[in-house]
Design a protein around this ligand. Structure first.
Ligand SMILES: Cc1ncc(COP(=O)(O)O)c(C=O)c1O
Length: 368
């Protein structure tokens, strides 16, 4: 008997479609030969519309955090003043990476569950014209909140500061036309809405960001974007590429292209709305400010006194639904449902029906 595939509803790694898994089983090729060049060209062409950029996206074997570090060390110098706009756990991490490399980090923090207010970002930039970069998370996976990145980009692009965006849990789920919005650097990873296993970090850089790169003095070697670009321009990567993951990414990008980006975003929005409505119908409440609730992940407050670990275990053991807990200060206070990448309404229906069965056993009264 084939074991039931668990319904993996953590916000990454996300389920990988069978055709992507099959593509990854292909044999190795010479990474300095014409076949690799064709593969890389196909991937770069597929990535351009997803990032909304005209420049090639840089690809590294790494998780998303490596991409965030790479973005910082390739655009900044020690002592540079940086504004960290954080709305949660991953925003705080981005700030720590910058301070670890010697940036002078100013903090603009918002309560977890809220989005950043563009006017407050504008105010901080007006007060301190020496700020060289703004770091922000597009979609805060720990709280299920999506920032209004278009509005934030509008206030940053009128200043000399670079806008560096963590789009790990948003790219290919939420619209992010980087060139049109004036986002200078966008970082994402393969294991979320790109429907590929973990292991690739992807970074876009616009002209302003490349200009900053020329004078940036933070230490780097493996991450050096000039070396990566030079190699990619020749149809190669500076070091051995994660070939199998690239086979998978080419396949997932062709799925995205076949569905069409507007349809991909509309599907995420429909699934997001469906998740929020379903959770609220169970009488549970969301952490996110409803105006800024994310279409890729939903954070649900645990009812008072409920043991979150017991809830997650019951959902996994009895319903084959794998959910995530809270992170940082939200540990034990909520659970999260990932709905990004290869996801459709029935995937969330089974989460909701599992919750409906499991919650009463944990002392929660379902109303209605
Ligand atoms: C918004 C955000 N940033 C950064 C990361 C870190 O990515 P990784 O675990 O791939 O290093 C994650 C992972 O969940 C994320 O959701």
């Amino acid at each position: 008997v084939k074991p039931l595939e668990p319904n993996l509803r953590v916000p990454g790694p996300t389920p990988v479609p069978p055709q992507v898994l099959a593509a990854m089983a292909r044999p190795m090729i010479n990474h300095r030969g014409p076949q690799f060049r064709a593969l890389l060209d196909e991937i770069l062409a597929g990535l351009r519309p997803v990032f909304g950029v005209k420049e090639d996206v840089l690809i590294f074997p790494s998780s998303g955090t490596g991409g965030l570090e790479a973005a910082i060390v390739n655009t900044l110098s020690p002592g540079d003043r940086v504004l960290s706009v954080s709305i949660g756990y991953f925003g705080d991490r981005f700030a720590r990476i910058a301070s670890d490399f010697g940036a002078d980090v100013m903090h603009l923090d918002f309560p977890w569950g809220q989005a950043a207010e563009p006017e407050m970002v504008a105010q901080r930039l007006r007060l301190d014209p020496s700020i060289r970069a703004v770091l922000i998370t597009h979609n805060e996976t720990s709280t299920g909140v999506a920032n209004d990145l278009e509005a934030i980009a509008r206030v940053v692009r009128d200043t000399p500061a670079l806008l560096i965006v963590d789009a790990v849990s948003s790219l290919a789920a939420l619209p992010l036309p980087a060139d049109a919005w004036g986002v200078d650097v966008v970082v994402t990873a393969s294991q979320k809405a790109l429907m590929t296993p973990p292991g690739l970090a992807l970074v876009s850089m616009n002209d302003r960001a490349w200009l900053a790169h020329q004078t940036s003095r933070m230490p780097r070697h493996y991450w050096d974007f000039a070396a990566a670009k030079k190699a990619q321009d020749k149809g190669q990567t500076p070091y051995t590429p994660a070939l199998s993951l690239l086979y998978g990414l080419a396949e997932s990008l062709s799925m995205i292209q076949a569905e069409g980006l507007p349809a991909v975003y509309a599907r995420h929005h429909a699934v997001g709305e469906f998740t929020r409505r379903g959770v609220q119908r169970l009488g549970l409440s969301l952490l996110a400010d409803p105006v800024h609730a994310s279409d890729s992940v939903t954070a649900v407050r645990l009812p008072d006194g409920m043991d979150g670990k017991a809830l997650l275990s019951l959902m996994a053991d009895e319903h084959h639904v794998v959910l995530a807990g809270g992170q940082g200060s939200l540990d034990g206070k909520l659970f999260r449902i990932g709905h990004l990448g290869w996801v459709r309404l029935p995937d969330v229906e089974s989460v909701l029906s599992g919750l409906r069965t499991v919650l009463p056993g944990l002392g929660y009264r379902l109303d209605g």
